[in-house]
Design a binder for this molecule. Structure first.
Ligand code: COI
Length: 370
């Protein structure tokens, strides 16, 4: 992470309505994932090929032209990352450089303008600093940051928007997943095909996954496990999480073949595992071999990971024909250990040896410590 100061031309203006909204805000006693929203947001507008100055303003509905391109042709991409304030004196944002790079890969794929990295980081710091007093501080909690980028030009012509809006909203949150998951293998629908948008964070990917996930939920499952779109033979991901298996004591995860979202948590767990001297195989993972390994007792653990979910163990995998594959350990020792190591870094209990934390400077008068 480049922790250097952000050049002044990217500094965020604070609108007076933001101060009023912050002063009036009270954090509800109960928080889950994503339903409590912070009272401020960052907004920047792109027009004539240039970004206007980003500003922190009161959280409010957007005025969008009903012909805005994002509403018709789904020209929208987003990110998810977190600011933590558990054992650190000031908030820290986890690996914003990774999310900045991925946002711009997503933007390029969806013909949206790139968001300059200094503006992205300044926006995240500004909203995290403003919300510092109500970043929940229990382990597993954080300020979930949700940057989004949308094509707003009003036209029904199918062309890249000549106007776009970049926003960052935030949500004081708990972990998205809190108990072992029951997952069903999706044998017919496809999340992503080669050359498509599966490896970028386009909102449309999630819309297209809703139907299969709702059908799974109606049958008592939590998530679907997507297979590759070509042959439906290889394990890909879980819509909102990447997936890992422990087979004969060794960690395996699907390699990034171009149809899987490259998760920042996935990357972080791989780095931690390798640092700890664990063997990790990133490879194409056949579903039939995986099921056989569970049956034979060689695969002892399955778990999923994501920014929102952190690390979530999988208790059971079910196939379309109704056969069920229970994991002997859920959560198993590998998931427990990697989750703890990751949270120790994110929450400030361990040395940030990878340089993953971007400390958020707070204004002198801030009461974030109270
Ligand atoms: C995240 O983990 O940040 C995600 O993107 C999952 C979210 C869509 C709930």
């Amino acid at each position: 992470v480049n922790q250097s100061a952000i050049p002044t031309e990217w500094c965020i203006d604070t609108h007076t309505d933001a101060r009023a909204a912050l002063a009036a805000y009270r954090l509800p006693a109960r928080i889950d994932f994503g339903s409590v929203l912070a009272p401020v947001m960052v907004r920047a507008d792109w027009r004539d090929g240039v970004w206007g100055r980003a500003r922190l303003q009161a959280y409010a509905p957007l005025a969008l032209d009903p012909a805005a391109l994002c509403l018709h042709y789904a020209q929208e991409v987003f990110e998810g990352l977190k600011a933590y304030r558990v054992a650190t004196p000031t908030p820290v944002i986890f690996r914003p450089d990774m999310n900045s790079a991925r946002l711009n890969r997503s933007a390029e794929r969806l013909s949206l303008p790139a968001v300059p990295e200094p503006m992205f980081r300044a926006a995240l710091r500004a909203i995290s600093a403003a919300c510092a007093p109500f970043i929940p501080g229990a382990s597993g909690q954080s300020l979930y940051l949700r940057p989004l980028l949308l094509g707003t030009q009003a036209t029904l012509g199918v062309n890249p928007a000549l106007e776009a809006v970049f926003l960052v909203i935030a949500s004081p949150s708990a972990a998205y997943v809190t108990r072992p998951l029951k997952v069903v293998i999706e044998r017919s629908a496809t999340r992503a095909a080669a050359g498509g948008t599966g490896d970028v964070k386009a909102g449309g990917n999630y819309a297209a996954a809703l139907l299969a996930n709702a059908a799974a939920r109606a049958r008592g499952f939590d998530q679907v496990l997507w297979l590759d779109g070509g042959e439906h033979r290889y394990v890909e991901e879980l819509t909102v999480m990447n997936v890992f298996a422990v087979i004969d004591g060794v960690l395996h995860t699907p390699s990034l073949t171009g149809t899987i979202l490259p998760g920042v948590t996935r990357d972080s767990l791989l780095a931690i595992a390798r640092r700890d001297g664990l063997t990790v195989h990133e490879r194409r993972m056949g579903i039939d071999a995986l099921l056989a390994a569970i049956r034979a007792g060689a695969c002892t653990e399955l778990f999923a990971c994501g920014t929102a979910a952190i690390v979530a163990s999988i208790a059971e995998l079910a196939d379309a024909d109704g056969s069920r594959y229970e994991l002997s350990q859920a959560p198993g020792p590998m998931a427990v250990r990697l989750r703890a190591r990751l949270l120790d870094i994110q929450e400030g209990r361990a040395v940030d040896e990878f340089g993953w934390l971007d400390p958020v400077p707070l204004p002198e008068s801030s009461d974030a410590g109270t």
